[in-house]
Design a protein around this ligand. Sequence first.
Ligand SMILES: Cc1cc2nc3c(=O)[nH]c(=O)nc-3n(C[C@H](O)[C@H](O)[C@H](O)COP(=O)(O)O)c2cc1C
Length: 325
Amino acid sequence: MTLTLNDPIFLGSLKLRNRLIMAPLQQYKGTPEALPTGHHIKHYKRRAGHVGLVILESTAISSSGRLWKNDIGIFTEPHVEQLRKITEAIHEHHTPVFIQLSHGGRKSSPEVTHSLVAPSAIAFDEHYGTPESLSLAGIKNIIEEYRLAARRSIEAGFDGIEVHAAHGFLIHQFSSPLSNLRTDCYGGDSENRSRFLKEVLTTIRSEVGHDYPVMIRISATDYCQGGLTAEEWAKMLKPLESMLDAIHVSTGGLLPIKPSEVYAAYQLPYAAVIKQHLNIPIIAVGKIHTRSLANRIIEDQLADCIAIGSPFLENPDFAEGLLVN
Ligand SMILES: Cc1cc2nc3c(=O)[nH]c(=O)nc-3n(C[C@H](O)[C@H](O)[C@H](O)COP(=O)(O)O)c2cc1C
């Protein structure tokens, strides 16, 4: 049987009605306190109708890890109450919704973060400035913030969690040898560089249990010699596979370097490498905007699901045109 975008799939215990996923898209419309507003409720409700899964925009686990001055967060009870209104609105369409949990590390917004932290004291660029290298106690604190964020994600009605380990934010910074020069147990070889991620996942799992869907978004290349590759990510993720229900494969963001060319399915080769090494669903993303391309990728088993981002900004009904009725 040939699989298509229209076919259901399980992410762990959760059955998606099709394989089309709305990718996380920051709305830049949170309040100064990182609370979502009526805009978010309307925006997500309007787009949730046909996709198999919605992934909410990056949501900060703490006030000091916000990615933007107008992003949203999940670090107090009022955040939970506001986020619950979004999950309820999406659920009216019988569509599941994951939260994307993030901490910016050295790429936390300088406008709202007073002391940037990172695995090592290396600046992303002049705008962000030089972060402080995290102490062991500081690492423990952030892992605890992930625990609370996971607990609150369930309280807010999310059906699963996407751990944001892509685009140069904190977990990515720990994972890449270009941003992690530590000499303790969190730096050095790939096992040590993935220790922070492992502890985040272990902590989230201890909070949500084995059956609650948890996946990860990675950047499978740093677009720089000596940076992370899809092969190294596969090696780091293999021992963590039992804690994960899917892997969402993006690229870049660790350094101020952009891919030289952005063409249809330009990130797919990285997803395909990860898929060769792991046995959980792989989500491909990046300019996969036609039904024929999406179906071909699934049929050829290069990835299991397709996430789509920017087209949803302009056209809330984009998914309808892609799926066969
Ligand atoms: C306006 C905008 C906001 C985005 N916000 C996020 C985000 O919050 N988290 C994330 O992981 N990716 C974010 N992305 C990346 C998208 O999820 C997606 O990977 C990217 O747009 C490529 O997919 P596309 O070619 O279908 O747009 C954002 C992209 C855009 C254009």
